[in-house]
Design a protein around this ligand. Structure first.
Ligand code: ADP
Ligand code: MG
Length: 387
């Protein structure tokens, strides 16, 4: 399927082709899995065709010929593909699209009255080459973005798998052994004690799994919003790591943005809320694990059309840069810091790690709001064709 940004690009290119040829109609068809799909049709006429199979159609035959073609007053068999497109033509130009590593396509220009000049054929040829080039570039960016996302998800799953294995499975394995040896006990009192111990252990395991589930997808984030979810994280850090965490959140009340019922400021879009939540979660985990800190401050504010989220601790500071790799991502242990950066980049933001005033560490996330759903920033005028 052609993606939204590919379609947008093709439409833009078709408009450019139209300007180049001084009018008429320009059509771009892209082949995918044995079908020719309408990428863009701009100009005087509107093509009625959306998709045509390559096999068994005149358009498909035209595509498979992979040859430039110029027709004047096309008739009969010659004009069959024009009928399939639903276009009237006194004259028509065809250029094949050649894309390395992909299916190809066709660029077609028609005039309902009047002909093309020799010069137009050359223009269309150069135009087809630039369409192919731009589309291939767009696709490789798209593929890179998807690959990036998949890798990040895979890493996260690995982390959860490890956590479930290390925490729950091993714990339950120990309980099973305890029960198995209790089975052979003759002494009723000892048996009862063993069962009690196993029951208590199971209670711990259930609590642990509950925590894991909350971390996997915090219900608070969906139901109560970012602030409540961050408060829950803070309480957790307090309970587990004895860390005094305060949460400061100040988002501007945006025009057109949805206010939460209790008036605690507006909601950001779901993707951005999860990104902020995950970054804060990982940063707090690091504070608990590495910083030897007593306090941490989580701050979410909105400034200059961007959301700024930071986690600052009063701990011993980051280890020397030589241990954190070229991007400061951390090479020692897990993927925590590079994972945070990846998340930031996936929403078009930036992540920085650095020393905090008075020792300690600050992790800072900045995400521009322009173009996001619920954004406080002015939206483009209605009808503007944004990608
Ligand atoms: N708040 C912090 N204070 C001190 N050191 C930190 C802090 N956050 C991260 N670090 C250091 O950066 C390293 C990399 O962190 P991370 O990428 O999250 O991996 P992991 O937590 O699995 O070790 C940590 O091992 C630790 O040495
Ligand atoms: Mg970590």
């Amino acid at each position: 399927m052609l993606s939204g940004s590919e379609l947008w690009l093709l439409r833009l290119m078709a408009d450019r082709g139209l300007a180049l040829l001084d009018g008429g109609t320009v059509v771009i068809l892209i082949e995918e899995r044995g079908e020719l799909r309408m990428g863009a049709c701009r100009g005087e006429q509107a093509a009625s065709l959306r998709i045509a199979p390559v096999e068994g159609t005149a358009l498909g035959a035209l595509y498979r010929a992979r040859e430039p073609l110029a027709l004047d007053r096309p008739r009969g068999q010659e004009a069959a593909w024009l009928h399939e497109l639903g276009l009237q033509a006194r004259s028509a130009l065809v250029e094949p699209l050649k894309m390395e590593g992909y299916g190809g396509g066709l660029v077609i220009a028609v005039r309902a009255d009047g002909g093309f000049r020799r010069h137009d054929r050359e223009s269309l040829q150069a135009f087809a080459a630039s369409v192919a080039q731009r589309l291939a570039a767009e696709r490789s960016v798209e593929i890179e973005r998807i690959r990036h996302g998949i890798q990040a998800r895979e890493r996260e799953r690995t982390r959860w798998a490890r956590e479930i294995h290390d925490e729950s499975i091993q714990g339950m394995g120990a309980l099973r052994m305890k029960l198995a040896s209790a089975r052979d006990l003759d002494d009723a009192a000892a048996l009862k004690d063993a069962v009690e111990a196993v029951l208590e252990g199971l209670g711990h395991e259930i609590d642990g799994l509950r925590h894991l589930i909350t971390e996997l997808r915090p219900a608070a984030l969906d139901d109560l919003g970012l602030q409540a979810a961050l408060q829950a994280l803070a309480r957790r850090a307090q309970a587990i790591d004895r860390l005094d965490v305060s949460v400061e959140m100040e988002l501007g009340a945006a025009a057109g943005a949805s206010d939460s019922a209790d008036g605690e400021g507006r909601r950001l879009d779901a993707e951005l809320e999860s990104t902020i939540y995950r970054v804060v979660q990982e940063a707090l985990t690091n504070v608990g694990r590495h910083a030897h800190a007593s306090k941490a401050i989580v701050s979410i504010t909105e400034r200059d059309g961007a959301v700024h989220a930071s986690v600052t601790d009063d701990g011993r500071g980051l280890p020397g840069l030589e241990r954190l790799g070229p991007r400061g991502d951390g090479l020692e242990g897990g993927f925590g810091m590079s994972g945070m950066r990846e998340r930031a980049e996936l929403v078009g933001g930036e992540l920085q790690f650095g020393p905090a005033a008075g020792g300690g560490t600050t992790v800072r996330l900045v995400v521009p709001l322009a173009g996001r759903p619920n954004a406080a920033v002015e939206e483009p005028a209605a009808g503007a064709s944004a990608p």
